[in-house]
Design a protein around this ligand. Structure first.
Ligand code: ATP
Length: 138
């Protein structure tokens, strides 16, 4: 099995129970879960790869605007499967091309897209450590 980090972002937090149900019904195990309200500094650290981009300040404001839920999810090919389930980054485009994906259903706009998924094995490991620094590495 492979692990990924999923985040239910501030715009979808009111639907978190519904989304967690879908995660489980899609065959993922939830290994860890944490509800957290990031400071702007923590949100900047998490998205450091986007530092300098035009949308960076509003991304940081969005991700620190309210509580989020970080989940370590696991199954075979969890990283690819979760990204497939959440769909394209831009909610507006996702609604046109992948109307059943989770971002199309729960997202708000091109930035507030309800969910996050790690995009590689190395980013999954880094992101899991970010939210769960005490987690045991197997
Ligand atoms: P995530 O990392 O959250 O899973 P992603 O990998 O699909 O999303 P990234 O390119 O890593 O997308 O962008 C990170 C986040 O920054 C996006 O989820 C979105 O909230 C925001 N974002 C990305 N591109 C734009 C943009 N062009 N305009 C506004 N916000 C954006």
């Amino acid at each position: 099995v492979e692990r990924s980090l999923a985040i239910i972002k501030p715009d979808a937090i009111h639907k978190s129970e519904e989304i967690e149900d879908i995660i489980l019904r899609s065959g993922f195990a939830v290994l860890q879960k944490r509800r957290v309200h990031l400071t702007p500094e923590q949100a900047s650290d998490f998205y450091a790869e986007h530092y300098g981009k035009l949308f960076f300040p509003s991304l940081v404001a969005y991700m620190s605007s309210g509580p989020i839920i970080a989940l370590v999810i696991a199954k075979d090919s969890a990283i690819a499967h979760w990204r497939e389930l959440i769909g394209p980054t831009n909610t507006i485009k996702a609604r046109q091309t992948h109307p059943d994906c989770l971002r199309a259903v729960y997202g708000t706009d091109d930035q507030r897209n309800a969910l996050h998924g790690s995009d590689s094995f190395s980013s999954a490991e880094r992101e899991i450590r970010f939210f769960f620094p005490d987690s045991v590495v197997e």
